[in-house]
Design a binder for this molecule. Structure first.
Ligand code: SF4
Length: 300
């Protein structure tokens, strides 16, 4: 693989993660990919990129031994169709705050009628609020400790999750389990779910109307759980929750607010499997989330 191929692969990964611009040369990812496809003349950038791809092992492997600290309701109407889910980027480095108190936000939705996590899960099994149920095999409402105060939120189920009806299984799920163990949580200590409860075909990004339709379930899950912190996994989840198009690289490392709940965004475990360079920042992010959790837990 020559430098040009490495650069293309790198850019495709960034694009896959939802990034539309790079601090590189003023070109967007799309434009640069177009240049690479149109002419074979970007060796300097490729060489530069290959030079920065030094592997940084960060997240401990193997079950987290290195952790240092503590251990049939009426269906609502389908929402109106909306446009693109793309939102404006915010000022880089500025934490984002979305929405008012989570309990009030959830109470204003149809999902407020579901007073337990099991009731929410049951409702998603028969949900027809968007078209995703038609192509998905199973609903994936979420799972975990109903008293969890640390909640992981991804964007949507993938193929394995669709097959099993469980969130974050497969290789990425196993890595998430290790990441959680590394900050002192067993998987059963936390709650894990997605914004969308059914898989979009081909793992495409959710449409805006699908997010609008499904979001009340997440709001009600969070209203019931009342977490100390949310760990948003991946570009798509972070951008959807925070209603921004800002790349994950500029969202991570900060404490945002999602309906009043502190939210730390980081790379998706599947992205970490593809690109070990992101393990170090991801490790920093999950440690930050753990500190937020510890600080808020200690203040009660
Ligand atoms: S993705 Fe959400 S809103 Fe759409 S059908 Fe499934 S549960 Fe309902």
């Amino acid at each position: 693989m020559d430098g040009r191929d490495r650069l293309r692969r790198y850019l495709e990964q960034r694009k896959e993660l939802g990034e539309s611009d790079l601090v590189l040369d003023g070109l967007s990812v799309e434009e640069l990919l177009g240049v690479l496809g149109a002419r074979r003349g970007a060796p300097r950038a490729a060489e530069s990129m290959s030079g920065e791809s030094q592997t940084r092992a960060a997240i401990p492997e193997g079950g987290g031994a290195s952790r240092r600290a503590s251990t049939g309701a009426p269906m609502p109407q389908r929402p109106a169709e909306q446009g693109s889910p793309q939102q404006p980027a915010h000022l880089p480095g500025t934490p984002i705050s979305v929405g008012g108190p989570i309990a009030e936000a959830a109470a204003a939705t149809f999902a407020a009628q579901y007073q337990t996590l099991d009731a929410i899960a049951a409702a998603t099994l028969d949900c027809r609020l968007c078209g995703l149920y038609e192509t998905a095999k199973h609903a994936v409402p979420g799972e975990g400790n109903p008293s969890a105060q640390f909640v992981c939120v991804g964007e949507a189920p993938g193929a394995t999750e669709d097959e099993t009806g469980r969130p974050f299984v497969g290789d990425a799920g196993q890595l998430l389990t290790k990441i959680l163990a590394a900050i002192g949580f067993r998987r059963e200590d936390v709650y894990i779910c997605n914004v969308l409860k059914h898989r979009p075909p081909g793992n495409r990004r959710p449409a805006a109307d699908e997010v609008v339709a499904c979001k009340p379930y997440l709001l009600q899950q969070l209203a019931l759980l009342r977490p100390k912190v949310i760990l948003a996994l991946g570009t798509s989840a972070a951008q959807t929750l925070l209603q921004t198009s800002t790349p994950i690289g500029k969202l991570r490392g900060q404490i945002h607010r999602f309906y009043g709940v502190p939210l730390v965004a980081t790379y998706h475990p599947a992205a970490l499997l593809r690109n070990p360079n992101w393990k170090r920042p991801a490790w920093e992010d999950v440690q930050l989330a753990r500190r937020v959790f510890d600080n808020l837990a200690g203040n009660q």
